[in-house]
Design a protein around this ligand. Sequence first.
Ligand code: NDP
Ligand code: 2IT
Length: 444
Amino acid sequence: MSYVDEVLEIVQKKNADQPEFLQAVTEVLDSLRPCIDANEELYRKNAILERITEPDRQFMFRVPWVDDKGQVQVNRGFRVQFNNAIGPYKGGLRLHPSVNLGIIKFLGFEQIFKNSLTTLPIGGGKGGSDFDPKGKSDREIMAFCQSFMTELCKYIGADVDVPAGDIGTGAREIGFMFGQYKRIRGMYEGVLTGKGLTYGGSLVRTEATGYGLLYLTQELLKCHGESMEGKTVCVSGAGNVAIYAIQKAHQLGAKCVTCSDSTGWIYDPEGIDVALLKEVKEVKRARLTEYAAARPSAQYHEGRGVWQIKCDIALPCATQNELLLDDAKQLVANGCKAVCEGANMPTTLDATKYLQENGVWFVGGKAANAGGVATSALEMSQNSERLSWTFEEVDAKLQNIMVTIYHNIDDAAKRYGVEGDYVAGANIAGFEKVVEAMLAQGVC
Ligand code: NDP
Ligand code: 2IT
């Protein structure tokens, strides 16, 4: 049996109850085959695949907090420190009722390769809680964040593990968590990224994932003799990543006609009104029905459905497994040219395969959404030198990073004879750097 198959079997046995983690590992190991086969003896002897699929450590803890009625509520908190071969653990905190250990492990595992691709010195980690921020008052959010950080602060630090935002965690939550860390640890350090601009945050971090996604997509199109100008784009999600992806797509001359949230979706043939979307989602924290009510050109539909709208480019920016095989078939039938993932693992394995086999340029999240964590690493640099860079400086670095990522994944795919397979290219390019560091650091 090949080394990859052997390890896949072990991972499946050990983590049978974690489907998302198994999906992420299967995608990575399957696509690494050409690279593993070329170095099988060395990697097998050093148990590289066994080590890279087992987190360094994982914390699970109780998060008690008091709601506005005086009732004590209890949630479960997580932090998985997956691999720190190339730098301190780095990755977001997801607050969503669906969160469990398997989901945090899939996200932490992907973060290893994504962070490596940024070219910056950050390892892989992820955390979060099954807490549902929807419908909670600001005081309840603060109570939860303070309790969560009271436990989490024991395991993190500016040179140890640096959490950030993800689904359900934005500037408000990071602020409350930073305040609690500072209070307990008595240290003013860059322990979190995505901070407010008055206390160590970086310009462009808010926009970075969405902007970065478009910088990479633009480079992908350019290298195929095309541009964003005049393209029709379908976006899913209506959160941090989706909003700034839509904004940058419009700045580059494309038209985004869809967005979605967990209850429904919008088709707006005139193009999504970003200012209105920001007002509805960032300020009012309301449903997309409010967008439709304020915008005569918009149609609102319950449930899911953005991928049935004809487009040139599809950008899934909501959550895992939101672009299924039938959606992939619809996109191909409608002439879609490119799918670039703003979310983490939004496309199922069979849908990915179908898109690739039908000539769609497909760039997975580890490469395409790396702009968020890359800009987090730039925030860490600014915190270390106690300086703040201008918007233009950070934005230029972000653009440069995304263009470099595209060429690195394209080159890696070519080197291993799988030209155009950007999933394999990303996994190989990300893996190579981490493995070199692991080998240099001995058995640990
Ligand atoms: P937000 O919480 O800001 O937005 C998530 C959006 O997706 C919301 O509009 C949400 O709807 C919608 N959604 C639909 N279905 C689901 C579901 N089942 N679970 C959760 N959300 C759902 O998160 P982000 O925009 O920050 O994150 C979106 C994706 O991008 C995630 O996969 C995240 O891991 C990834 N990502 C985020 C980065 C960042 O810097 N923030 C960086 C790289 C990747 P509703 O409004 O109804 O909740
Ligand atoms: O999935 C991701 O890359 C993020 N949620 C951002 C992580 C970070 O540390 O900025």
